[in-house]
Design a binder for this molecule. Sequence first.
Ligand code: SDX
Length: 427
Amino acid sequence: MSEKAKLILQGKEYEFPVILGSENEKAIDISSLRAKTGYITLDPGYVNTGATTSSITYLDGELGVLRYRGIPIEQLAEKSTFVETSYLLIYGNLPNKQQLEDFSKSLTMHSMIHEDMKHFFDGYPAAAHPMAILSSMVCSLSAYYPESMNVFDNFDMQVPRLLSKLRTIAAFSYKKSVGHPVIYPQNHLSYCANFLQMMFAVPAEPYEIDDDMVRALNILLILHADHEQNCSTSTVRLVGSSQANMYASVSAGILALWGPLHGGANQAVIEMLESIHNSGTKCADFISKVKDKNSKARLMGFGHRVYKSYDPRAKILKQMTDVILAKRGISDPLLDIAKQMEETALSDPYFIERNLYPNVDFYSGILYKAMGIPVNMFTVMFAIGRLPGWIAHLKEMMEDPNTKIGRPRQIYTGPVSREYVPIESRK
Ligand code: SDX
């Protein structure tokens, strides 16, 4: 017999069904709560509230488990590519040979942006943050593809179009920011190799593809590809629930990701480490400052709403950092500070009591830096990685016949009813 939840309000008993997920997660289905009782629930930050069921990604915060469509992130990072993992997330299974070939080809065919869009870049100051450019350029894609204004139309063409063009827009925005001519995509290159050549090739000399960097970029993007109902994915779902087109929903997701508490943390971690390095602050002194509530300082790249253990992605990134820096002959003092900070924090009761561990953003910036990617592009890299996850959730929501427009309730705490007072009579 399926479990029920009982609620007693003003002496009356109400029953609500319990939902059981495929990994035995449990939820009380309160969709009939207000109709039955007149009450709503209140849960700032949705700490205890599920917005949906989903079959895309599974996290176990206590055990540090992350699986995309049931496949452990460790296996995908070791054996897959970002294009293959994107297909898995969006279409639900690993592609067979033909499916992967067709998908890769469609990404290649959609890699260019309309030449007129290049003029958009001229309107931005050189110091414009690339996340501002990325979001507005993605939203502007809807102006060039009116046939995609209906989010349900041409979905299988919209997917490779956006996955491929986001990467081109990102690389073009970097080139513009450093005053270089933009480098066009090369059709014979893989997704990640193409991005690196669009970022770092210069017309004056041939660009040599570094297979280690291509592999590192694939792994970085795989690790960022989805993370169930995080802030930016929930934003994409909420905007998409109004049936806005895919470009509008993803553009909103990019802006939510930009926040330093979310995807912007990878940039904030490097800025934190650089300030510690440049000021010669001792790790122990910085940790003391973080523990002092009045300082408002946070150990960026630490802590997570779901992971109350080591973020499995951070584990992989930490190992990768040692390998990539050694391969490139780089010794980055920021890595030493990060490791020392981690060791100090993980043995400090403040962090232990609050289950604060390194998250995906703690080491990723050091890797991006070693690859030559500038700090203000770090969150753009997160967006490129997270795009297949956003698309997968949008698709899952659109295919669910029970999807309703997202419209949370509230408890009003403002002034009760009062009369309008003419200005002459106001104090
Ligand atoms: C991402 O949701 C996802 O899945 C996100 C993400 C994804 O892939 O989409 O994993 C990507 O966004 C990772 C998180 C990146 N952000 C940061 O690294 C910023 C620093 N971390 C935090 O600000 C914080 O840990 C959050 C935002 C990540 C989580 O915040 P919560 O769950 O709202 O927790 P909280 O702020 O209520 O903190 C609980 C306690 C508080 O102390 P007390 O009030 O109990 O005394 O822990 C403390 C906080 O002060 N705390 C920290 C801390 N993080 C939490 N103290 C110092 N340094 C920190 N980093």
